[in-house]
Every structure is written in structure tokens, then in C-alpha cells.
Design a protein around this ligand. Sequence first.
Ligand code: HEC
Ligand code: HEC
Ligand code: HEC
Ligand code: HEC
Ligand code: HEC
Ligand code: HEC
Ligand code: HEC
Ligand code: HEC
Ligand code: HEC
Length: 371
Amino acid sequence: MTKPDISWLWPALILGGAITLLICLSPAAPARADTVSRQETEKYCLSCHGNDPQLSRTLPSGETLPLYLSPDTLAQSIHSHAGIECEACHTGITTYPHPEVAAQTRREFSRDLYLACQKCHPGNYEKTLDSVHATVAGEGNLNAPVCTDCHGAHDVRPPNEPRAHISETCGQCHNAIVEAYKESVHGAALLGDDNPDVPVCTDCHGVHNIQDPRTAQFRVQTPELCAGCHADQQLMDKYGLPANVYDIYQLSWHGVDVAVYKSRWPTIWHDSAVCTDCHGVHDIRKTSDPASHVNPANLLATCHTCHPAAGSNWTAAWTGHNEVSLKRTPFVFYTQAFYASFAPVVLWASILYVVLQIIRATVDRIRRNLP
Ligand code: HEC
Ligand code: HEC
Ligand code: HEC
Ligand code: HEC
Ligand code: HEC
Ligand code: HEC
Ligand code: HEC
Ligand code: HEC
Ligand code: HEC
């Protein structure tokens, strides 16, 4: 019996799969209402909301809610360009008078309406539920940001153009950190030269699922966070920086200590130094900068945070990120060279000694047993 010829089936299946994939991957767009009626709706809403800059209402809390939308604002929105109409978000409003508003305060109003974003961006919405911002909101801190605090509602634009805009977004609420960051080697390069190689807030913290960075788990992972760039030979060559700081750190007492905790007890807090303990977090500076925590003038004070008894030659004896070399650290170099040759010699000599002893003993026994 011959098998039925199903070779035609494969192209059909692949085509079908590709179409399904395309449908799934394309950003969710609103049902394509015909353009005329869309413009009619928008015109209708804007006949009141786009006319009178003074239009506003008072919420039960006594706060004023401005209700005017300028055409300029709307024209900037990426959603307007994508053909998304008022009703796509304001699903409950079709005519005037509008349904009652449940929110008592301005903040409650924002926290109710932002839920409209989840319809078309469910992935990002779910991520935010897992973030430290959602956790603090759950604990009653309503200042924690929702989509519209970071993106706006009617003037949503690509959030990373220019990239420096991201730090401004976070800076609305974390101003002190952003000020420190601006002065740092990373922040200065971003804001001054729009340098794409340096980290912004979201490179280290994530975007929608930001986690609490002060946990033991986050701490033991920070060296890898820095290594993402500082162990990248090509990237570091561009700035004349060594790309082996991470490797040498890993061989150091601190690095080994942290690696052990990371693999064995990632949830147990341990003080052994990670990169940020020495360099700072948001205020990392060039080593040569007098304000750097690792500048020779400040280094001992930095070690003192954990080694309060360290004397002034403590830092001089420490090799830091440098490979041991004859030129820079001759004493350590010779000590290492001595042990590197002396230890094997001692080891082999001991082995030889033991082997000779065994041979000697065996020979003696055989001799004794001879008639
Ligand atoms: C006839 C004028 C008029 C039209 C048309 C109109 N609105 Fe309103 N809108 C108002 C006024 C006035 C308020 C203030 C609250 C009130 O009086 O109900 C308001 C309030 C609002 C609010 C704030 C929440 C609330 O209910 O107070 C939203 C959101 C809103 N309108 C959206 C829309 C959308 C979307 C459309 C188009 C589908 C629209 N409006 C059409 C006049 C209008
Ligand atoms: C992408 C979703 C989206 C679209 C499209 C949209 N809105 Fe809104 N709108 C919101 C959200 C979210 C809020 C709540 C903003 C806040 O936190 O104050 C809001 C608030 C409002 C308010 C209350 C005043 C304010 O700014 O908070 C009015 C009035 C309003 N929208 C009218 C309109 C009209 C008219 C259109 C169409 C031209 C429109 N909206 C299109 C999401 C949208
Ligand atoms: C009706 C579906 C719909 C709703 C509701 C909606 N969006 Fe969008 N959003 C889109 C589409 C489609 C795009 C892609 C537009 C484009 O690329 O031209 C988009 C793009 C974006 C972008 C830009 C992404 C980028 O890569 O630059 C952001 C940010 C965004 N939306 C945030 C929001 C926020 C915040 C809300 C709620 C206030 C919201 N969206 C509500 C459909 C929607
Ligand atoms: C704490 C501020 C913040 C909050 C809250 C936030 N975003 Fe974002 N979002 C950003 C930043 C910053 C970026 C750009 C990240 C980058 O390029 O590194 C971004 C990127 C995006 C993008 C484009 C890239 C992508 O992931 O598709 C969309 C769409 C988006 N956000 C939608 C949302 C929606 C929907 C919500 C609410 C459920 C939300 N965001 C909440 C800050 C925020
Ligand atoms: C609308 C205000 C707002 C915005 C915008 C905002 N945050 Fe927050 N964030 C908070 C609040 C409130 C907390 C809770 C802790 C507090 O009170 O400082 C918090 C907590 C955090 C924490 C946890 C550490 C802590 O102090 O609890 C991190 C990390 C964080 N935010 C990072 C970011 C980043 C990164 C951005 C930008 C992408 C951002 N936030 C944008 C309000 C904001
Ligand atoms: C190079 C990586 C990196 C960058 C870039 C970065 N952070 Fe952090 N951030 C960290 C680390 C690591 C911690 C934990 C520090 C600690 O142990 O206290 C932290 C802690 C925090 C905290 C909580 C602790 C505190 O000091 O209040 C907030 C909030 C925060 N960062 C916000 C931001 C914001 C906003 C930006 C952008 C301006 C930013 N971070 C940029 C690595 C980074
Ligand atoms: C996204 C890539 C990236 C990440 C992540 C990153 N850096 Fe950097 N870092 C750079 C670049 C690029 C420079 C050079 C900037 C310049 O000189 O303009 C730099 C410069 C530095 C310098 C200054 C060196 C000198 O003396 O000139 C130090 C120190 C530093 N980073 C430490 C860290 C630490 C610690 C972390 C982790 C908490 C970290 N960096 C995370 C890219 C990164
Ligand atoms: C965040 C805290 C912290 C900082 C900052 C820190 N260390 Fe350490 N260091 C430790 C811990 C914890 C150990 C491990 C002690 C142990 O396992 O008994 C350690 C161990 C050491 C050791 C080997 C063991 C020993 O005690 O002799 C040396 C050497 C050392 N550190 C040097 C330095 C130098 C130099 C600096 C400053 C450049 C520094 N450390 C900064 C926490 C820190
Ligand atoms: C115990 C303190 C300490 C720790 C931990 C530490 N550093 Fe350093 N770092 C220093 C000191 C001191 C210098 C300046 C002298 C030197 O080069 O050894 C320095 C210099 C640097 C430089 C500039 C190198 C140059 O030649 O210009 C970079 C980049 C750097 N460190 C990144 C890191 C990264 C990434 C980590 C984590 C993997 C880290 N550091 C961990 C103390 C530390």
C-alpha cells in the first residue's frame, strides 16, 4: 500500500502558521471602525473637551480636574497616529451626559482610568503587578506610579527617545537619586553626550517589573550587572578601560565570598564587598575624580565602612583590580613567584620521599624473608 501524498500539506501548514503568528504578534489595534465615524467621534468629544481651556470639574475631595485637551497634546500622541480613538480607552463614555464618576480624589481618578491601558498592553500590565511599585501601592502608598505617571494619557510618546528621557521619568519621584546620577560618570555621559553605552535607571532596575534592590538576592547579583558592560572587551576598549576588573574581582577574597553566598545562600545577607560598596551606586565616578569613593584620598574611609580597624597601609597592601606585576607590586610579585616555584618543589620532594620510603620498606621485608 502506498502512503497518501501529503507533501502539499506542508506549505499550507507553514502559511497558516505564519498568518496566525502575524496576527498574534501585531500590536493589538482597535477594531478598524471606518475612518469617517472615528473622526466624527473624536470631533464630537472635542467639541466640548477641545474648545474651552477653562473646562474643568470639581471632585468630591474638592480637587479640580481640568478637562481641556489641546490639539497639540493629542497630535503628539503615538496613539492618535495609530488611529486610536477616545472611546478605545474611555469605554464607558459615548454621549453626554456621562456616567457618574466613582473616584473621590484626583489620585483615585488616575488609578481607575489607567486600567484602560491593560486592554492593549496586557504583557506590560502583568509585569507591573509584580513590581515594587505595585507592592507599595498595595500597602497603601498611592503615590506609586501607574502607566500614565510615566507615559502620560493623551500625549504618549516613545518613552526612550532620547534615552535621557528615562531618567527624567523616574526623576519625577526619585529626584535625589537622579541628581546624584547626573553627576556620575554614567549619568554625565548620558546627559552630556547622549552616550548609548552607559546604563540608565532601567538597565539596572528593569522597567515594568522593578524589584526591591536592597534585598540579599539583588545584592549578590550586582557584580554581574556591572560585568554586562565592564567585562565586554570591545566596549571597554572604546573608553580605554580594562575589561578584566570583573575577573580579578572574582578571584579576590570579596569576590569568592560573594560567589559562594550567591550559589549557596542567596537570601542570606552578607557584607562582603560588591562593586557598589566601593564605587558607590548612583554616584559612581572616574577613579581619578577627587569625589570618587575609590580615589586614593577616600579609599581608606571606604574600606573603613566594613573594616573599621584597618590601618593606613591596609590599602597599600591591597592589589585591587590589578594583576600582580613586577612593575606595580614587586613584593607581591616575588612572593607569588616564590610560592609558585617553591610549592611544587616541596610537593614533589615529599612524594619522592614517601615513594623511596615504601621501596625501602618493601626491599627490607623481602630481604628479611629470604632464607
Ligand atoms: C456636550 C459636551 C461634552 C461632550 C460632547 C463630551 N463631554 Fe466629556 N465632559 C463634559 C463635561 C461638562 C464634563 C464634566 C463632568 C460632567 O459634567 O459630567 C465631562 C467630563 C469628562 C470626563 C471626566 C470624567 C467625568 O465623567 O467627569 C471624561 C473622561 C470625558 N468627559 C470624556 C469624554 C469623551 C471620551 C467624550 C466623547 C465620547 C466626551 N467626554 C464628550 C462635557 C462633554
Ligand atoms: C490611550 C488611552 C486614551 C485615549 C485614546 C484617550 N484618553 Fe482620555 N484619559 C485616559 C486616561 C488614562 C485618563 C486619566 C488621566 C489621569 O490620570 O488624569 C484620561 C483622562 C481624560 C479626561 C479627564 C481629564 C484628564 O486629562 O485627566 C478627559 C476629559 C479625557 N480623557 C478625554 C479624552 C478625549 C476627548 C479623548 C479623545 C480625543 C481621549 N480622552 C482619548 C486615556 C485615554
Ligand atoms: C486600543 C489599544 C490601545 C490602548 C487602549 C492603549 N494602547 Fe498604547 N499602543 C497601542 C498601539 C497599537 C501602539 C503602537 C503604535 C505605533 O507603534 O504606532 C501603542 C504604543 C504605545 C507606546 C509606545 C511604544 C513604543 O514602542 O514606543 C506606549 C508607551 C503606550 N502605547 C502606552 C500606553 C498607555 C500608557 C496606555 C493607557 C493610557 C495605552 N498605551 C493604551 C494600542 C493601545
Ligand atoms: C515607572 C515608570 C513606568 C511605568 C509605571 C510604566 N512604564 Fe512603560 N515604560 C517605561 C519606560 C522608562 C520605558 C522605556 C524602557 C526602555 O526603553 O528601556 C517603557 C516602555 C514601555 C513600552 C514600550 C516598550 C515595550 O515594552 O513594549 C510600552 C508599550 C509601555 N511601556 C507601556 C506601559 C503600560 C501599559 C504600563 C502600565 C501597565 C506601563 N508602561 C507602566 C516606564 C514605565
Ligand atoms: C509617580 C512617582 C514615581 C515614579 C515616576 C517612579 N517611582 Fe519608583 N517609587 C515610587 C514610590 C512612592 C516608591 C516607594 C518607596 C518610597 O516611598 O520612596 C518607589 C520605589 C522604588 C524602588 C524601590 C526602592 C524603594 O525605595 O522602595 C525602586 C528601585 C524604584 N522605585 C525605581 C524607579 C525607577 C527606575 C523609576 C523610573 C523608571 C521609578 N521608580 C519611577 C514612586 C515613583
Ligand atoms: C549601574 C546600575 C544602576 C543604575 C544605572 C541605577 N541604579 Fe538605582 N540602584 C542600583 C543598586 C545596585 C541599588 C541598591 C543599592 C543599595 O544596596 O542600597 C539601587 C538602589 C536604588 C533605589 C532604592 C534605594 C535608595 O537609594 O533609595 C532606588 C529608588 C533607585 N535605585 C532608583 C534609581 C533611579 C531613579 C535611577 C536612574 C537615575 C537608578 N536607580 C539608576 C543600581 C543602579
Ligand atoms: C550599560 C553598560 C554599563 C553598565 C551596566 C555599567 N557601566 Fe560603568 N561604565 C560604562 C561606560 C561606557 C563607562 C565609560 C564612560 C565614560 O568614560 O564616559 C563606564 C565608566 C565606569 C567607571 C569609571 C572608570 C574610570 O575611572 O574612568 C566606573 C568606576 C564604573 N563605570 C563602574 C561601574 C559599576 C560599579 C557598575 C555596576 C554597578 C557599572 N559601572 C555598570 C558602562 C557601564
Ligand atoms: C561592604 C563591606 C566591605 C567593604 C567596603 C570592604 N570589605 Fe574587605 N571584606 C569584607 C568582608 C565581609 C570580608 C570577609 C571577612 C571574612 O570572611 O572573615 C572582607 C575581606 C577582606 C580581605 C581578606 C580577609 C581579611 O580580613 O584580611 C581583605 C584583604 C579586604 N577585605 C580588603 C578590603 C579593602 C582594601 C577594602 C577597601 C578598598 C575593603 N576590603 C572594603 C567586607 C568589606
Ligand atoms: C574592595 C573595593 C572594590 C571593589 C569590590 C570593586 N572595586 Fe573597582 N576599583 C576599586 C579601586 C580602589 C579602584 C582604583 C584603583 C585600581 O584600579 O585598582 C577601582 C577601579 C575600577 C575601575 C577603573 C579601572 C581603571 O583602570 O581605570 C573600574 C571600571 C572598576 N573599578 C569597576 C569595578 C567593577 C565592575 C567591580 C565589580 C565587579 C568593582 N570595580 C569592584 C575598588 C573596588
